[in-house]
Design a protein around this ligand. Structure first.
Ligand SMILES: Cc1cc2nc3c(=O)[nH]c(=O)nc-3n(C[C@H](O)[C@H](O)[C@H](O)COP(=O)(O)OP(=O)(O)OC[C@H]3O[C@@H](n4cnc5c(N)ncnc54)[C@H](O)[C@@H]3O)c2cc1C
Length: 393
């Protein structure tokens, strides 16, 4: 729980953590309840995050990005937001999920066009893979990109897209080969492109400060200059980047569980029943001992995985293990913490109840727990592989 004391924490990381913590305390938490009601974070906050140096940490310095090639900075930012219980802004999707596609795939001309806005907060990013008929099995996606003289015409619809309402740059996966399951490519579709429409901001059971939208593309003209990477390599790119997305979800999971445990410990020491603090009943004390152990085990796994990833060694199957373990742990711990709060735990005004609802999606997005088990069992040589190795979420 004491992340400040971690042995490998460098001074720079400690300074960065202090900067993020201050930003979250000053610019995020005082407004978070309003954003939860409005179901979105105002664009102005993104510009403030940009001005504070929190956006595009890994984007190339030559184009104004942070130029940091150390995932621990990304993890620190995600952790501080999760620790505070902030579900918006969706910076982790912008920094940890979308930016790597630009770093690895974008040509110089594309970087020059897009990076400055991504760093300043003028251009908010989203990634659109999921469709109404294709989630776990992305090979079933039906959005198509048909060649034209200038590039492609994209048609189809996407759903559950994080930052979908606010997004200016949407990395959109579309089939460039008419055969289902083949030839997916990635395109950057920009706000205002004729035929690109956003649906409603979807009403979720948690993560209320985050906008999640349906997107539709009706013969959207996408110029050749907006193709990311090589034609037909989209599924391979998606697969490669999902390890970091899953690790980031793990970072959120452990930080949120640590936060809930801390709040619950304070609560059970204060709340009395039958003449004693409820935490001193042996059942509850033992339960909390178990929860603290679960959280610690997850923290050790996560810190190891973050170090592995920072050194470029985290494999897809181990990232799947991290996501599976940490997010299932988060839900078990959050559920028990809520129980220890009694009726107050069920009240939306208590942080633990909101965190419990926010946690529910963690075993679903970024690839469900079942998909994580498929990936892991395949790495053990146990799954009949009908997935072509392209499992995601
Ligand atoms: C809040 C939120 C934000 C999201 N953000 C994004 C985003 O930014 N971009 C994006 O592209 N997507 C996003 N998603 C989509 C998310 O990744 C998908 O919902 C997820 O991958 C599951 O797909 P699905 O909903 O179609 O479920 P399905 O694939 O229909 O799965 C339904 C159930 O069947 C199980 N199942 C499926 N196949 C198998 C199998 N072979 N064996 C066993 N069980 C199986 C699944 O595990 C699940 O329990 C988001 C979702 C949510 C809820």
């Amino acid at each position: 729980m004491e992340h400040e004391k971690r042995a490998n924490l460098t001074d720079e990381l400690a300074d960065f953590r202090a900067l993020v913590r201050d930003f979250v305390a000053r610019e995020v938490m005082p407004h978070h309840a309003r954003w939860e009601t409005e179901r979105i974070v105002p664009r102005e906050l993104w510009r403030k995050a940009g001005a504070a140096g929190l956006l595009g940490l890994n984007l190339p310095a030559a184009h104004g990005g942070g130029g940091i090639d150390d995932y621990r900075f990304n993890a620190t930012l995600v952790e501080e937001l999760a620790r505070a219980g902030a579900t918006g802004p969706g910076i982790s999707v912008h920094n940890d999920v979308c930016a790597p596609y630009f770093v690895k795939l974008a040509a110089d001309e594309q970087l020059a066009r897009w990076v400055p806005g991504m760093v300043s907060g003028e251009s908010i990013c989203a990634i659109a893979m999921t469709e109404p008929g294709a989630g776990s099995d992305l090979r079933g996606m039906r959005t198509t990109a048909t060649p034209t003289e200038r590039g492609w015409k994209v048609s189809g619809s996407k759903t559950f897209i994080t930052n979908g309402v606010n997004a200016d740059l949407v990395i959109t996966a579309a089939r460039t080969d008419p055969a289902v399951g083949k030839g997916v490519s990635l395109f950057v579709i920009e706000r205002g492109a004729p035929g690109f429409e956003r649906g409603r901001n979807l009403e979720k059971i948690g993560m209320h400060a985050q906008d999640t939208a349906e997107l539709s593309f009706d013969d959207v003209e996408v110029p050749r200059a907006n193709l990311l990477g090589e034609l037909g390599q989209g599924l391979a790119y998606l697969t490669r980047n999902l390890a970091q997305e899953r690790l980031t979800i793990g970072v959120q999971a452990v930080a949120a569980a640590e936060g809930a445990l801390r709040t619950t410990l304070a609560y059970v020491k204060d709340r009395a029943a039958f003449g004693q603090a409820i935490g001193t009943f042996q059942h509850n004390a033992f339960l909390l001992a178990e929860l603290a152990t679960e959280v610690k085990v997850a923290r050790v796994l996560l810190d190891w995985a973050v170090a592995e990833h920072t050194d470029g060694r985290l494999s897809a199957d181990v990232a799947a293990m991290v996501k599976l373990h940490t997010t299932e742990m988060q839900q078990r711990v959050l559920d028990r913490c809520l129980q220890l709060h009694g009726g107050y735990g069920y009240m939306a005004e208590y942080a633990v109840g909101r965190a419990w609802a926010d946690a529910r999606v963690q075993t679903i997005y970024g690839g469900t727990s079942e998909m994580m088990k498929l990936i892991i069992s395949r790495s053990l040589g146990l799954q009949e592989d009908r997935t072509d190795g392209r499992l995601r979420g």
